[in-house]
Structures are given as C-alpha cells and as structure tokens.
Ligand binder design. Structure first.
Ligand SMILES: O=P(O)(O)OC[C@H]1O[C@](O)(COP(=O)(O)O)[C@@H](O)[C@@H]1O
Ligand SMILES: [Mg+2]
Ligand SMILES: [Mg+2]
Length: 337
C-alpha cells in the first residue's frame, strides 16, 4: 500500500486497505487545494489580515483561519462516512453524517502569525474511528489517544504545496501540481535520521522553561565545547507544520514545552489536532514524540482543545530529553498531565 513516485494521490487512495477512510482523505486534499488558492491569491483576494474576532482559545483569528475552516467544513461535511468534525476554530464539535464511521480533527491553518509576512503555513488533520457510529455524537467520542488514529497528515503551503500523510504504514509526500490541481507522490517512506545537530524552540521563552529543557538546550548551545561534543544549529519558524516538514526532510528536534508564562496550561500546542497527528507522522518516520514525561500518542485526552507540552523528532535526541525529565529533581506535575 505504499505509493510509487509519480502516483497521483487519487491512485494511492485507490490502493489503500478498506479500513482507511479514503473518501475523507480525498475531500481533505480537495479542501486544501482550495486553501492553497486562497493563500496564493493573498491580498488580491483580500484574505490577508485579522478578522477582528477571537476563537475559543482567546486567540485573534486571521481571515485565512476562518476561510480555511470554512473550506474544510464545506468540502468534507457531506461525506457519508464522516460522522463528526472538531476544529481549532470552533468551541464544540460539528455533527457530520448520521452513522458516519469516522471523525476528522483539524487545525485549518497552522502558523497564523506567518500569514502577514508571507512565510510557510499549513493545515493539520487527524482521523479517528467513531466508537459507536449508531449513537448520538458526543465530545467523548473525540477524546481518544493518538494511537487510535487511522490516518494523519498535514499540507504545507510553502514555495511548493505538499501533502504529507501516514495511514500507519510509512510517511509519504505528494506535491501539488498547481495546474492540474492534483497531488503527485514525490517522496515515499520518509525516515527521520536518529541523530541531529539542529533544534527548534522559541528561545525567547528560555527563562520560563523547566530544568530538563534548559539543561538540554544549554548543552546544545555549548556545542563542541560541552558534553555533546558537536555544534548545533537552531531554527524557529513559528509554524509547527513547517518545523515538522524540515524534520522529515533533513532531521532535527522540535520543542514547544510547558513554560511558566501560563503555569496552569500544560503547553501551548493542542493535543488532538496538532500534537497527535504530528506525533503519528514522526513515529511512522522512525522518530519519537513525548510531552517530556510520556509518549505523546498514549496521553488520554480530557477536552477537545486540550494543550500539551511537545518534544518530537530525532529518536536519540528525544530519548535524551525523556531521560532528563525522568531524572529531574523536581518533576513538573503541570507539564506531565
Ligand atoms: O508565537 P510562538 O510562541 O512562536 O508560537 C508558534 C507556535 O504557534 C503555532 O503557530 C500555533 O498554531 P496556530 O497558528 O494554529 O494557533 C504553532 O504552529 C507554532 O509552533
Ligand atoms: Mg496550529
Ligand atoms: Mg490554526
């Protein structure tokens, strides 16, 4: 069920096993082609700038956040196999088709602060099976650990627009042929190298981090003069999609850990539609993903918009971070939830 280079996304979906919700994936891809058109048009279509509204997380929505949400809703909601949807931009869930077997969870536009400055952004999605398709849809249906995902992926709107997907068997990349409006496989079975000399974290929050994260980053910064015995490079794009795409392409580590700016929140990123789908991809590519203390994909969610501390990427680096947390003098009960 692996695609061949040059296969269209449609040809790949025709080959996947029956438990993979190919009709939903086809609709997500179609919605992302629409979002790509909006992103490309930018100011010409008057889609840049703030919508002057807040979402459920108290964050100011950009026009593209709302338009991307609408594109996914309008394109996917009529799919008979889709029983419900959960979006970053909507407080509760959206009801889908009665009896629909699957649930779609998504961040319609990730990296919103990059829109105005014309830097890469993306869409993240996760698909779960619905526990009881015959019963009325409830919030609890969405609160499944990441291990239960049947498919997850993202689309990056960058110099090229690329759909990256795993249905549990490897990670594959499909580049948008803009003229044909179809995605074509350009990389298959992508793997993350287990070691790296590159990390990504918002260093401006350094003074707010927990000791294990500080220790890890301090050691990277000491480079060849410290215990790591090698120099590290740093990147921060402020778009998780773009950071994960770099990891899948040339390796590295990405961290958005708990920090003391908002001590009551376990992290900044959202578990169900940011951390879990990305962790599913990272593990399918041979990497690791944790919240510091636990494997991300095994965390039991308690709310639709739950936040989480995130550390993912190169296997050996994440195992090092995990060991630093496991031996911390004062484990942080807020970050380990
Ligand atoms: O503004 P900061 O602290 O750099 O945070 C950037 C992080 O916020 C996010 O943009 C959150 O996603 P949204 O844009 O969907 O809210 C991540 O993609 C990124 O890693
Ligand atoms: Mg996001
Ligand atoms: Mg978003």
């Amino acid at each position: 069920m692996q695609p061949s280079i040059g296969d269209s996304f449609g040809a790949f979906l025709a080959k996947v096993p029956a438990h993979v919700p190919s009709a939903i994936l086809a609709r997500v891809a179609a919605a992302c082609v629409e979002i790509n058109d909006l992103v490309q048009a930018g100011a010409l279509a008057d889609v840049i700038g703030s919508a002057q509204t807040d979402n459920v997380q108290g964050e100011v929505q950009q026009k593209l956040d709302i338009l991307s949400n609408d594109a996914i809703l309008n394109t996917c909601r009529g799919e008979p196999s889709l029983g419900g949807l959960c979006s970053e931009e909507h407080e509760t869930f959206y009801v889908g088709a009665p009896g629909g077997k699957y649930l779609l969870l998504f961040d319609p536009l990730d990296g919103s602060s990059n829109i105005d400055v014309n830097v890469s952004i993306g869409t993240i999605f996760s698909i779960l099976e619905r526990p009881c398709p015959a019963s009325a849809l409830t919030t609890a249906d969405f609160l499944q650990p990441g291990t239960a995902q049947v498919a997850a992926g993202y689309v990056i709107y960058g110099p090229q627009t690329i759909l990256v997907l795993s249905v549990g068997d490897g990670v594959h990349m499909f580049t948008l042929d803009v003229r044909a409006k179809s995605f074509v496989c350009t990389r298959r079975n992508v793997k993350i190298v287990p070691d790296t000399q590159e990390f990504a974290i918002n260093m401006s929050n350094m003074r707010h981090w927990d000791a294990p994260v500080r220790r890890y980053v301090d050691e990277c910064l000491l480079g060849s003069a410290g215990i790591r015995q090698k120099d590290f490079n740093m990147r921060w794009i402020a778009s998780m999609v773009t950071e994960v795409h770099r990891l899948l392409t040339r390796g590295g580590v990405f961290m958005y850990p708990w920090d003391a700016r908002h001590p009551e929140k376990p992290g900044r990123l959202r578990l169900l539609y940011e951390a879990n789908p990305m962790s599913f991809l990272i593990e399918a590519a041979g990497g690791r993903s944790i919240n510091g203390y636990n494997r991300m994909l095994e965390i039991r969610p308690t709310a639709l918009h739950e936040r989480v501390s995130v550390m993912l990427g190169a296997k050996n680096e994440i195992e090092r971070l995990s060991a630093y947390h496991a031996t911390a003098a004062k484990p942080n009960p807020l970050a380990r939830m």
